[in-house]
Design a protein around this ligand. Structure first.
Ligand code: SAH
Ligand code: SF4
Length: 398
């Protein structure tokens, strides 16, 4: 018996609502123009979101009913979900934030003498596989969206009751969490713009710092398109060692990297560049290596004709399970710093904070559903102690 089947036309799927955390001021104004609303309405909504931490349009009482209804129909303010949070004895606070697709990333707040720094992630994992970094060992899943990057700051600012220009516990952001921020340039740049916007988190330009493993072409682009402080992960004074520690050095060796840093500093005459140097016992912490680093830094300052154009930030290695590297003694760290200071190179040692909750640099892990199968390859190769990744990985996320 045959049955006639009436054809049914399914309604076109409703478009996904726009997450307003994913738009900087230009994007907000454009969206509001698209729904026939003037610029000042977009600005009003930004203040609700970033200064009053409001996510519910119906609570934005000065907007008028018609606009609230339009926003409710087409938009959301959706910060990432806090899956877990952990305060540390020293005031450090770590959040595990759930991301689409079963991944999770970590964000850490570090208070210190009148300032509060939030360490923000830019990717789920990292494709660059530096041998001393637990994020690198976890492999890579994907870039974070603008909303997911801004959302990390939003979660922390709300938790801290942060209000720009008044009660400011959160004063600095460093893009030093999970991931290589310049591999996610198009999302990181607008996210940093929300961080520095008065209608956003209102941070000063120089208080937002992007840390990179040294992707030369993107350092140049950053110099043109943004105005933030730059930190560059150096970790070795010569190419042979740097390539062993950071495979990306094979593509962008030290001389090219320093030349890009020079161009960046020339564009921004008042800013200095911070060179990060993670100290690992018996690997890169000898007096000869300190002298070689001092020579590089002095050469950099001389080319710019500015004494403190290059600052060195020494980070004693933070251990994580499975690593073969060891943190040098405090004396060895001090000796290394002394060599640099005697050569007139401004050098700070980063105090390790939050290590009781695995929240220090290089200890952030999150939950990475690895698409590069790095863990599996490392296990198979039996080289979990000091893994050297295969060449092909170097630019996998570019
Ligand atoms: N991908 C970027 C930013 C994230 S890493 C970069 O590499 O710069 C932030 C900083 O932590 C970098 O300087 C990195 O080299 C350092 N780091 C990574 N693993 C570390 C570890 N186990 N101990 C100390 N510092 C580490
Ligand atoms: Fe990636 Fe930075 Fe870790 Fe290297 S140090 S693997 S670039 S997050």
């Amino acid at each position: 018996m045959s049955r006639e089947i009436a054809s049914v036309t399914l309604p076109a799927a409703a478009p996904a609502p726009v997450n307003l955390l994913g738009l900087d001021r230009t994007g907000m104004v454009a969206l509001f123009a698209g729904i026939g609303e003037p610029r000042y309405r977009a600005e009003q909504v930004m203040k609700w979101i970033y200064h009053r931490h409001e996510t519910d349009f119906s609570a934005m009482t000065d907007l008028g009913k018609a606009l609230r209804a339009k926003l409710e129909a087409a938009c959301v303010v959706a910060p990432p979900k806090v899956q877990f949070e952990k305060p540390s004895a020293d005031g450090t606070h770590k959040w595990l934030l759930g991301m689409d697709g079963g991944n999770a990333i970590e964000t850490v707040f570090i208070p210190d003498k009148g300032r509060g720094t939030l360490c923000v992630s830019s990717q789920v994992g990292c494709a660059l596989a530096c041998t001393f970094c637990s994020t690198g060992a976890e492999g890579f899943n994907r870039n974070l969206s603008v909303a997911e990057i801004v959302g990390q700051v939003w979660v922390a600012a709300k938790h801290l009751g942060n209000v720009p220009h008044r009660q400011r516990k959160l004063t600095n952001v460093v893009m030093m969490g999970m991931g290589e921020p310049l591999h996610n340039f198009d999302n990181v740049v607008p996210a940093m713009s929300v961080m520095r916007d008065d209608l956003g988190f209102g941070l000063a330009n120089k208080r937002v710092t992007l840390s990179t493993s040294g992707l030369v072409p993107w350092i140049d682009r950053l110099g043109v398109e943004s105005d933030v402080s730059l930190a560059v992960s150096l970790h070795a004074p010569d190419d042979e060692l740097r390539s062993q520690l950071m495979p990306i050095n094979r593509k962008y060796p030290i001389a090219e990297l320093l030349a890009a840093c020079l161009r960046y500093a020339q564009r921004k005459p008042r800013t200095s560049i911070t060179f990060e140097y993670t100290l690992m016992q018996g690997v890169n912490d000898s007096p000869a290596q300190a002298r070689a680093l001092a020579r590089l830094m002095r050469g950099f300052n001389a080319k710019l004709q500015r004494d403190n154009a290059a600052k060195v930030n020494l980070i004693p290695f933070n251990p994580f399970p499975g690593t073969g590297y060891v943190r040098p003694s405090d004396d060895a760290v001090r000796d290394f710093q002394t060599v640099l200071m005697h050569a007139d190179v401004l050098t700070m040692v980063r105090r390790t904070r939050g290590d009781d909750i695995d929240a220090a640099c290089g200890q952030l892990k999150g939950r990475v559903l690895d698409r590069t199968r790095r863990q599996e390859r490392l296990r198979r190769a039996g080289e979990a102690a000091t893994p050297t990744p295969p060449e092909g990985d170097v630019d996998a996320a570019a």
